[in-house]
Design a binder for this molecule. Structure first.
Ligand SMILES: [Zn+2]
Length: 508
């Protein structure tokens, strides 16, 4: 069968870690795409690096669907792990309770970030029979061995180990901590099954009670839901070695079919002040903290406006840039909404002159945006095309009488469509109602300002002036304004209280 890909699906290029090159995506079955993404280990709240992982995966899923693939997308939760057991012992609750609790928390963060639900969300504990069966296949194919109830993968028996890392075996060994007391034949051999330790959760197996090693879970879940050979596998760049290298070894050793994955896509980290964000460095921001303080929309914009393979420098500057851009986007959307409200568009209307050329620009922008996504998910380029369209829209509106012409509503409607379909459909950004989004941006700004102000508190004179303005708004029954003033004061650290003798205030 030739891979014409069912002619209707546009060609997409992706950077494949396996080859180190940008390649044309050709799925195993035309029109269908299988995708697996490594999800978090659930022993605590996820951090914004995990959130970026989820969002990149969500963006890939959305785009593959948008161009017409029938996508089957699997994302897992690692719910058996040393860290979970440690947390369970600390909290004195069973390990499965820890996992269940944090799966719920992660689901909440994912929902607030507007992620689509994968086709299958999987956990290790739900796949024990599949994991055991997969290990048995690897052993019977002569590529694993058992020592004292522990099963190891034998990398010496698997030609091609190291192909994803694209490094010679010696280099990979050099990067390992080698323990001479180990039972392994080769330092790179890794556990497929570990014998049970007292007090730890365990499952029955032909090798005695125990639990699976980390890597085997993804091979088992991928083959159960997607088959022995899958199209796209996504994860963080830290997973290339050993996790994904080992997934390839396990899956190909078990099935005898290569490649296990056609295209490996890896995203980069988030850096805090030029340092990698990590628990050991203590510079973690949880997704919950980010989403509570800011918003899902801002998370999507910040973490998807940068190319997935580039690191994100997280800090005030990046945050401010994202706020400025989102503000510009929604201000244009608000103007468009206003033109639509005045809406003098009629079905028989044709846009001519400035609006005619604006509509032509919209069409050009759509094609440009799609080309950007199809070129290894150049999301920054796609956003650039939207912002140049917004610049043109603002310029047209400055022309004498342009806003008053009936065709203005046609231009406005098309701009909104480009935002919602091309941007919203893939990045999930730009779909909110403009007034709501702008109010949210204003709130974040006010809180940031208040936090930055620190010691320089708002003065008494200004407070009294605002209390007076609020009283007048209430008298005029403009309660949304009076409410806003109270909220603004609160965000700047001032609490007000209405009593029988008038309004009093205090610093928080
Ligand atoms: Zn994995």
């Amino acid at each position: 069968m030739t891979q014409g890909q069912g002619s209707s699906i546009r060609p997409i290029k992706v950077t494949n870690t396996l080859s180190g090159k940008k390649e044309l995506l050709e799925t195993r079955f035309p029109g269908k795409l299988s995708m697996y993404s490594c999800g978090p280990t659930v022993y605590g709240l996820i951090h914004i690096g995990n959130l970026r992982a989820g969002l990149v995966s969500d963006m890939l899923f959305r785009y593959f669907r948008k161009v017409g693939y029938d996508v089957t997308y699997v994302r897992n939760y690692t719910d058996v792990d040393d860290k979970i057991i440690k947390r369970a012992n600390e909290e004195k609750i069973p390990a499965d309770e820890v996992a269940r609790k944090y799966i719920q928390e992660v689901e909440m963060d994912y929902a607030v970030s507007g992620m689509l639900s994968p086709t299958y969300k999987t956990t290790v504990t739900d796949h024990m029979p599949e994991i055991v069966a997969l290990i048995e296949r690897i052993i019977s194919n002569g590529k694993a061995y058992v020592v004292d109830g522990e099963v190891f993968f034998s990398i010496a028996d698997f030609a091609g180990y190291g192909k994803l890392s694209r490094k010679p075996i010696e280099d990979l060994i050099a990067g390992m901590r080698v323990d001479v007391r180990e039972k392994k034949r080769n330092p790179l051999d890794f556990s497929l099954w570990k014998p049970a330790k007292p007090g730890e959760p365990s499952w029955d197996s032909p090798w005695g009670k125990g639990r699976p090693g980390w890597h085997i879970e993804c091979s088992a879940m991928a083959s159960k839901w997607l088959g022995d050979q899958i199209d796209v596998h996504h994860g963080g760049e830290d997973l290339v070695f050993p996790h994904h290298e080992n997934e390839i070894a396990q899956s190909e050793a078990a099935s005898g079919h290569a490649p296990f994955v056609r295209y490996w896509l890896h995203h980069a980290f988030i850096n805090m002040a030029k340092e990698k964000m990590s628990k050991s460095l203590g510079n973690i921001i949880t997704a919950r903290e980010f989403l509570t303080k800011y918003s899902g929309e801002l998370a999507r914009f910040m973490f998807l406006s940068v190319h997935y393979r580039s690191p994100i420098e997280f800090g005030d500057e990046a945050l401010e840039n994202a706020l400025v851009s989102l503000h510009r986007l929604y201000e244009a959307k608000a103007r468009a909404a206003e033109l639509l409200r005045q809406g003098r568009a009629r079905a028989d209307l044709r846009a001519e002159g400035v609006w005619g050329s604006f509509l032509a620009s919209c069409e050009k922008a759509r094609a440009e945006i799609d080309d950007c996504y199809a070129n290894d998910f150049n999301t920054a380029g796609a956003l650039g095309a939207v912002f140049s369209l917004i610049r043109e829209f603002n310029r047209v509106l400055q022309e004498p009488q342009a806003a008053a012409t009936p065709a203005a509503a046609l231009g406005a409607a098309e701009l909104v469509r480009v935002m919602e379909e091309e941007l919203g459909g893939v990045l999930g950004v730009g779909r909110l109602e403009a007034s709501k989004a702008l109010a949210d941006i204003a709130r974040v700004r006010a809180e940031k300002l208040a936090a930055a102000g620190g010691g320089a508190r708002i003065g008494e004179e200004e407070i009294l002036g605002l209390i007076q303005a609020r009283a007048e708004a209430r008298k005029a029954k403009d309660f949304s304004k009076s409410d806003q003033i109270r909220k603004d004061l609160e965000s700047r650290g001032v609490l007000i209280k209405d009593g029988p003798s008038g309004t009093t205030w205090s610093y928080k």
